[in-house]
Design a protein around this ligand. Structure first.
Ligand SMILES: NC(=O)c1ccc[n+]([C@@H]2O[C@H](COP(=O)([O-])OP(=O)(O)OC[C@H]3O[C@@H](n4cnc5c(N)ncnc54)[C@H](OP(=O)(O)O)[C@@H]3O)[C@@H](O)[C@H]2O)c1
Length: 253
């Protein structure tokens, strides 16, 4: 679909990938609602985006807030052509460390919130025969879930099935899952404690990292493409190109 004047709600748009996607969509002429909890950051993003962008308060862990965010967007734009669900978080915890509260935060933010926002948006997306894109992760494909990321990987794996379930129930809307690899310049690992980042060494040793990471704009480019292309793209994956050690390239031997 041509994105000019298309009405898009981006949830999780105060920072990182969601913010970059919102700005990039606005550059294509879309009317973007930047939604999440931190209104000040959302207003700054909407101001940067121009083209009629708005800031919308939304806590995805609160069902009423999800409904209200969709309603505010539809009232402001007169309908809805797409949603982008970029809200998400990870705390690196082992399963022994993960108490009920840690589980609740992860499941509610990464999984249930996605369904609540979709549930509120679906009549409007059905009317416009629109699209719904969700930011998932390449970590779901690790043969053994990487150490410290079980809650994250379990909730993102469930998110992938949730997207397929929504597609099964609503053929009139195109559902897209975008699995993303390591990206810097976001707030994803901001609150991680030094002892929690010790897991990263284990990921390095197991070859799960790429030697480099991507920019939020690289991911935003794919969001624009997935929403704008004529055909359905049910699954997309973007990951950094791997930096090869010289020995892997057959040099220096
Ligand atoms: N960075 C990576 O390497 C990477 C890789 C693969 C996938 N991802 C996924 O990409 C998505 C965006 O992550 P990011 O890297 O851009 O991190 P980020 O900068 O921390 O962005 C996370 C976004 O989620 C929002 N959010 C968190 N809890 C929320 C809540 N209860 N209600 C509404 N919004 C909430 C935050 O907004 P507020 O705090 O304002 O509410 C923020 O806008 C996540 O789903 C993440 O799993 C990231």
């Amino acid at each position: 679909m041509d994105l000019a004047n298309k009405r898009v709600l981006v949830v999780g748009a105060s920072s990182g990938l969601g913010r970059a996607a919102g700005l990039r969509l606005a550059r294509e002429g879309a009317r973007v609602a930047f939604a999440s909890r931190r209104l000040e950051q959302l207003e700054t993003a909407a101001g940067e985006a121009e083209s009629g962008a708005i800031a919308v308060s939304c806590d995805v862990r609160d069902p009423d807030s999800c409904e209200a965010a969709v309603k505010t967007t539809v009232d402001a734009f007169g309908g809805l052509d797409a949603i982008v669900y970029a809200a998400g978080l990870a705390r690196p915890l082992s399963l022994v460390e993960a108490d009920a509260s840690a589980w609740a935060i992860s499941v509610e933010t990464n999984l249930i919130g996605a369904s609540l926002v979709t549930r509120a948006a679906i009549p409007h997306l059905a009317e416009s025969r629109g699209r719904a894109l969700y930011v998932s992760s390449i970590t779901v494909d690790d043969a053994v879930p990487r150490r410290g990321m079980a809650l994250y990987i379990v909730t993102k794996t469930a998110l992938n099935r949730l997207i397929e379930a929504w597609q099964g129930e609503h053929a009139e809307v195109s559902f897209i899952r975008l699995q993303v690899g390591d990206t810097h310049g976001t707030e994803f690992g901001k609150g991680w404690k030094p002892e929690e980042t010790a897991h990263v060494r284990d990921w390095l040793e197991k070859g799960l990292l790429f030697g480099r990471s991507m920019e939020p704009e690289d991911v935003a480019e794919q969001v624009v493409w997935a929403l704008g292309t004529r055909e359905a793209i049910p699954v997309m994956v973007i990951q950094p190109r791997r930096v090869l050690e010289s020995r892997d390239r057959g040099e220096g031997e």
